[in-house]
Design a protein around this ligand. Sequence first.
Ligand code: FE2
Ligand code: FE2
Length: 307
Amino acid sequence: MLMQSTYTYTSILHDAIKVDWQVADLIGGDKQLDFTKSFLPEALVGSDAIECLNAREKLLLNQIRGKSYLHLFVLVEEFIIPMVWAQLQRKGYRDADALHALLCFTEEEGKHIRLFQNFAAAFDRGFNTPCAGVEPREEIAKQVLTYHPLSVLLLTLQFEWTTQSHYLESVRDNHAENLDRCFSNLLKYHWLEEAQHTKLDALLLYELVPTMPDREIEIAIEDYLKLVTILNEILMAQVQLDLVSLQAAISRPLTTANLQEIQSHQSQAYRWAFLCTGLTHPNFVKILNDISPTLKTRVTALAQSLS
Ligand SMILES: [Fe+2]
Ligand SMILES: [Fe+2]
């Protein structure tokens, strides 16, 4: 029996309206990236254990990972907006609070795309060598949207909880690392709005699942597991691009052994940061279990295989 969400569209809308920031509050003017500092916490980057890089090179890797973070989140936001829009059309427009809350959701994700792109432009102005992200972004988003709507909703929820973990567990109380203030604020202000998105995703999900026959739920579950696999492939492709960016940035060739060492650490770090943190988040696991205990078991096993 699927459990009910403890939130309502009205309560979420009430919280969403209280969060009020603009992209220009976080980047631009006197707010510029400080390239003497790390952009992401070590918990997400995983560069400490790489023996073939010196401290300066690890800082450059950290900043490259920052640029890739921006790119990957734009990629994700680009399929979230049409997914929410489709859910809004499914629901209809009679519930004014639901309509307003879901429109806020899409408007905020649009703002987040601008946020990440403005940070990426600031990065490109200050970093000496090019850093590529996985492409073609729009085609990837279109491909994701060909899977069952419930599977895309689950992938979205997984990412919303990932965002929560990134800020709360690695940045908010992180006094040991002297992180760039602009980048820390990006993670903080993204988290503030994603907190509402996790609740909206859950509400949509608890509405959608009871309307679906068991067979359709099974199809959606298989689709979701395929999407996690696709996400893993995207991340591993980004690791390869980061290696190219790193070699250009440090201006020295890396040996095959060096490249293998960095790739190994970075593959693990990417999987931890973008897959395992969401897949193992207790609130996400609870919803998986509510949909199907079998789904929970399969995702738990998948997360273990990726960590
Ligand atoms: Fe977002
Ligand atoms: Fe979101």
